[in-house]
Ligand binder design. Sequence first.
Ligand code: UD1
Ligand code: MG
Length: 456
Amino acid sequence: MTTQSCLVIVLAAGEGTRMKSAVPKVLHEVGNRPMVAHVLELAREIGGDRRAAVIGPDATALGAAIGAADPEVTVYLQNDRLGTAHAVLAAREALSAPAGHVLVLYGDTPLMTAATLTRLRAALDDGADIAVLGFEAEDPTGYGRLIVDGERLLAIREHKDASDAERAIKFCNSGVLGFRGTLLPDLLDRIGNDNAKNEYYLTDAVALVAGEGGRVVAIAGDEEEFLGVNTRADLARAEAVFQARRRAAAMAGGATLAAPDTVFFSHDTVLGRDVVIGQNVVFGPGVTVDDGAVIKPFSHLEGCRVRARAAIGPYARLRTGADIGDGARIGNFVELKNASVETGAKVNHLAYVGDARVGANANVGAGTITCNYDGFLKHHTDIGAGAFIGSNSALVAPVRIGDNAIVAAGSVIVTDVPGEALAVARCRQNTIDGRADDIRRLKQAEKTARASTEKK
Ligand code: UD1
Ligand code: MG
């Protein structure tokens, strides 16, 4: 990769009114991460050692979210929305420092890839003054058209300013432009706003530099990468592309997806080898699944770790802080939160385990609940290694069940149970021989009496 330093400016001052949202457009999420965070991550990945974002006025929340996504970003305000060149100039302070390359990206275009942007950087390394990423548009309406002469890019004509002949061109500007840094900001200062939109077009830099004999090149990428999000429908399309890529990457990395189209990943999902994922599985943020684990159909996971060879589901819900040990088993309709289930332990059916540890090889029976919340505070439950918790028990936290202890089914446990002990906490059973038939006769008589009253 290049040794030149690189300033990346992300334009995020778009109003996004077509989203009809209280949330700034670029904070809408793809793969459970704001679009602008995808772009900033990409900027870092391609070696953008200095990163800046330009946002609109009254965008305090946006500025804070950008800072949270990437603390090294300098945020600049563009108070009036006067065009893309004007937006870049809002970061004038960053431009005045010596910079090798300056790349301009849009914050609402989350699907660009490092491979394509690296090709743009390579063109600058090879001596281009400006390099532009273009694509063949299926429908070029609205885009700036790239006017080329062989290898050379002569101008970018915005749709509204283009002649009919120019509008027939399908090679379009993606919006991603790279500059030899020393050209800026003087070049931007020379751009006027004498055009159909009365905006300062960043794209006018191309004709200025090309007209003075500078080297301006267009690099072709794939249209899909440059999908800009303006509406909720665009957002759904971006999500679909993101998911398709993640599914392909999961399979290429050695995971089996029984029905790829029904599995949904987050931007940060980590899968080991030989992981098997069944149909209709959803990964929220922060999930790591180690080698050989199986996630059975209809499971929902977020903020959790599933260790090697563990089996989850079907129909399991792993919430934040769940840590499932090697070979452990979590079965159907089990919810776990902030709970570690150690090696070989089993929580197989219909249980809630929250704020707890389940020791190695322990068995938590069907219907068991850790009562972790008293209406005010959360409390911890500790289940020792090899313990057996009978079905339908309520473990009222804080409480400890010692190693190898047994809790009888249906118990409500409110005090600690020592290791190796048996705890029974329920009413003693009373069995009366022959009483069943008495009850049946009694009930039949009651039913007959009621039927005859209703007839009258
Ligand atoms: C722009 C390009 C066009 C390209 C298209 C690709 C210009 C003049 N035109 O057109 O060649 O084909 O993108 O999608 O650059 N922005 C600001 N401040 C402003 C104006 C815009 O931050 O004052 C930001 C917007 O938030 C957006 C980006 O710049 O992310 C592009 O602006 P937009 O108005 O969408 O430009 P287009 O007309 O789509
Ligand atoms: Mg646009």
